[in-house]
Write a protein of this length. Structure first.
Length: 557
C-alpha cells in the first residue's frame, strides 16, 4: 500500500527510466505527486511543457492513481484517497505497518567516549542519533549490532589516575562515579597548569601502564570500573544499550602490528622515525600512523578495530557516528584500509553530524568547558515537572515524576533528532518543552489527545466506510499515512532519522487541523466510526514513529 511507489513504478515502465524522483506540489489542489519533465527534455529534444502534455494524454489512471494532469513542465498525479483508505486503515491497525525485510547486518558504533571524563552534551546528540538510526534500520528489517569504543588509555586517563593519587588517595566516589573520575582529571589539569613538571609524571605513568605495573593496573581498573558504572546509568536514562563494547586498551598493539606489516610491504614509509601513510595523491593530508617514539595513535587502533568488527560479526556495513570535526580522520582511515587491501573498506561509512551548543550562559559545566550530559537530563526533567505542576494542580507526586521523565526526555530527544545530522544548532531546553511548534511534547500530545477522544467516544468498532472520508483534512491524513513506509525506508537508506521526526511533525499538524474541522463525537454513527478508524491509524503511526526515535508516547499529558 504505497501510492508513491506505484507512481514511480508506472513512470519507470512507461518511460523506461531507471530512477524517478517525484516532488510534492505546493498546493494539494495541484495533485499529490509531481514528475518534473525537465529530466526528459535533453533526451527527447522537446520542451518540458510539451512532454508533460503528451504524458498526461498517454498515461492512463490505474490502481491507486485517480487522474493525471499537466501543470506547465510537470505531470501531476492525483491519488484516490478513499481507495487507499479502504485498505490502508485496516492494514495499519494490524500492526507493523511499513516494516521492511532485509537480510543484511549493519554495525552502528556511537558515543565512544574518552574514559577520563563524564559524558557531555555532544555525547547526547551522538548517542540519540546512533540509537535512532539503529531503530530505523531494525524497522526496515536490518540486523543491527550496536557498539561503542571506550578510549580507555593514554594521556587523559593517566591524568585522571594521577589526580586521584594526588588529591583523593584511597577515597570512594562521593558523587556519581564517572563524575568523580572527571573531578580527578580536572583537578590534576589545574595543578598541571600551575606546575608543568607534572607532565613528566604523566609520561612515567603511561610507561608504567604499558609495562603492566601491578599498582598502576589496580588503580586503572578501579577508575575504569567507576566510569563504566556511571556511563551505564546515563545510557539507561537515554534509552541506550550496546551489544558490544570495545576497548582501546585491548587493541592498540594489534593496530601497530598491521601498520608495521604494511611498512614492510612498502605501503607506508618512514619519515623522521615515524611511520607515515602518504595520502597526497588521494587529495588528503599525509598521516602519521606510529610516532617516532614507537607509540600508537587513535588511528592505529581504528585500523585494527575496523578489521575486528568484520571478523567478529560478519557485518555487511560498518557505520561510525562521529562529529564533523573528525571528517578528515575517517577519509584518511578508509583510504588507508583500502591501501592495506582490506575489501571491507568500501563498506565503512562515517555518519558525520554537526556540533551542538546551548544558549550562552544557559548552563555551567562541571569541567568548565562542556555541558555535562547528566546535568542536562536532570534539568529537562526538572523543567518538565514545573510545567506539569502548573497544568495539573491535584496530580499526585508519583504521577508527576513519571510524566516529567517521559515528557522531559521526549523533549530532549525529539529536538536533538529533528535536524538533519549535518546541521549544527543551539539547543534551547525551554523551547524544546513547548506544547506548540516542532517539539516532542507537541507530538506526544497528539497521542494523548487521541487517547482522550477514545475515552469520550469509545474506541473504533471496526465498522469503516472509506467513502465518507472525503474532506481535504481527512484526505491529507490518508495521504500522509500512506507515505509512512516510504519515509522509514528513505530514513534507513540515507541514514537520516530526522526524516521520521519531520514526518511526525507533518502528520500531527495535519491531525490537529482535522480535529479542528472534522467533529467525531457529534458525527452520525457511520461517519463517527470511520473517523475513529482514521484517528486510530494516526495514533498507531505516532506511537511507532516516536518509538523509532526512542521516545515514549504517553496516554496522558
Amino acid at each position: 500500500m504505497n501510492p508513491k511507489k506505484e507512481v514511480i513504478n508506472l513512470l519507470k515502465k512507461e518511460l523506461k527510466l531507471k530512477d524517478v524522483n517525484l516532488s510534492t506540489p505546493p498546493d494539494p489542489k495541484l495533485g499529490d505527486y509531481a514528475f518534473p519533465c525537465f529530466v526528459l527534455a535533453k533526451e527527447l529534444k522537446k520542451n518540458p511543457v510539451e512532454i508533460a502534455k503528451e504524458l498526461s494524454e498517454k498515461i492512463k489512471p490505474a490502481g491507486l492513481i485517480k487522474k493525471t494532469e499537466q501543470a506547465g513542465p510537470f505531470l501531476n498525479f492525483f491519488i484516490d484517497k478513499q481507495k487507499i483508505a479502504s485498505k490502508l486503515i485496516p492494514l495499519i491497525l494490524k500492526g507493523d505497518y511499513g516494516k521492511g525485510k532485509n537480510n543484511k547486518k549493519i554495525m552502528v558504533e556511537f558515543i565512544s567516549p574518552n574514559t577520563n571524563k563524564s559524558l557531555h552534551l555532544g555525547h547526547i546528540r551522538n548517542g540519540l542519533l546512533g540509537e535512532a538510526l539503529s531503530r530505523v534500520l531494525e524497522y526496515n528489517g536490518y540486523k543491527v549490532v550496536r557498539t561503542c569504543l571506550n578510549n580507555d588509555r593514554g594521556v587523559g586517563v593517566s591524568e585522571a589516575m594521577l589526580g586521584y593519587k594526588k588529591f583523593y588517595p584511597g577515597k570512594e566516589p562521593d558523587v556519581k562515579p564517572d563524575h568523580f573520575a572527571a573531578k580527578c582529571y580536572v583537578d590534576f589539569k589545574k595543578a598541571e597548569s600551575e606546575n608543568p613538571r607534572l607532565k613528566d609524571d604523566v609520561q612515567k605513568l603511561l610507561v608504567d601502564w604499558e609495562e603492566g605495573k601491578p599498582e598502576t593496573m589496580r588503580l586503572w581498573k578501579k577508575l575504569m570500573k567507576w566510569v563504566y558504572k556511571g556511563y551505564k546509568e546515563t545510557y539507561k536514562n537515554l534509552g541506550i544499550k550496546f551489544d558490544k563494547e570495545y576497548h582501546e586498551s585491548e587493541m592498540y598493539k594489534k593496530g601497530k602490528e598491521i601498520i608495521m606489516d604494511g611498512f614492510k610491504k612498502g605501503i607506508f614509509v618512514k619519515e623522521d622515525g615515524a611511520v607515515v601513510a602518504k595520502l597526497e595523491d588521494y587529495k588528503l593530508p599525509d598521516r602519521i600512523l606510529i610516532k617516532s617514539d614507537g607509540t600508537a595513535l587513535y588511528l592505529t587502533q581504528d585500523i585494527y578495530l575496523a578489521k575486528l568488527k568484520f571478523d567478529d560479526f560478519k557485518i555487511d556495513q560498518s557505520i561510525y557516528v562521529v562529529a564533523s570535526e573528525q571528517d578528515n580522520h575517517f577519509k584518511q582511515l578508509f583510504k588507508i584500509l583500502e591501501m592495506l587491501g582490506f575489501k571491507f573498506a568500501e563498506k565503512c561509512h562515517h555518519l558525520s553530524y554537526g556540533l551542538i551548543s546551548l544558549p550562552s550562559g544557559r548552563m555551567k559545566s562541571r569541567e568548565g568547558k562542556v555541558v555535562d550530559a547528566d546535568d542536562l537530563i536532570d534539568e529537562m526533567i526538572k523543567i518538565s515537572k514545573q510545567e506539569i505542576k502548573k497544568r495539573h494542580k491535584i496530580l499526585n507526586e508519583k504521577k508527576i515524576d513519571k510524566r516529567a521523565r517521559v515528557i522531559g526526555l521526549g523533549a530532549l530527544k525529539f529536538y536533538m533528532l529533528k535536524f538533519d545530522n549535518t546541521t549544527a544548532f543551539t539547543y534551547d531546553p525551554e523551547k524544546s518543552l513547548s506544547f506548540e511548534g516542532e517539539t516532542g511534547p507537541y507530538i506526544q500530545y497528539v497521542n494523548a489527545r487521541i487517547a482522550s477522544i477514545f475515552k469520550k467516544t469509545g474506541k473504533f468498532s471496526g465498522n469503516f466506510d472509506a467513502g465518507l472520508l472525503n474532506t481535504p483534512y481527512e484526505e491529507k491524513l490518508i495521504n500522509l499515512l500512506s507515505n509512512f513506509p516510504s519515509v522509514v525506508s528513505e530514513s534507513a537508506e540515507s541514514y537520516k532519522p530526522y526524516l521520521v521526526a519531520r514526518y511526525l511533525i507533518d502528520l500531527c499538524q495535519a491531525f490537529n487541523a482535522f480535529y479542528l474541522y472534522c467533529p467525531i463525537a457529534k458525527a452520525d454513527e457511520a461517519l463517527k466510526q470511520s473517523r475513529l478508524g482514521l484517528v486510530s491509524a494516526v495514533k498507531e503511526i505516532v506511537v511507532i514513529g516516536l518509538d523509532l526515535l526512542g521516545i515514549e508516547a504517553p496516554e496522558e499529558m
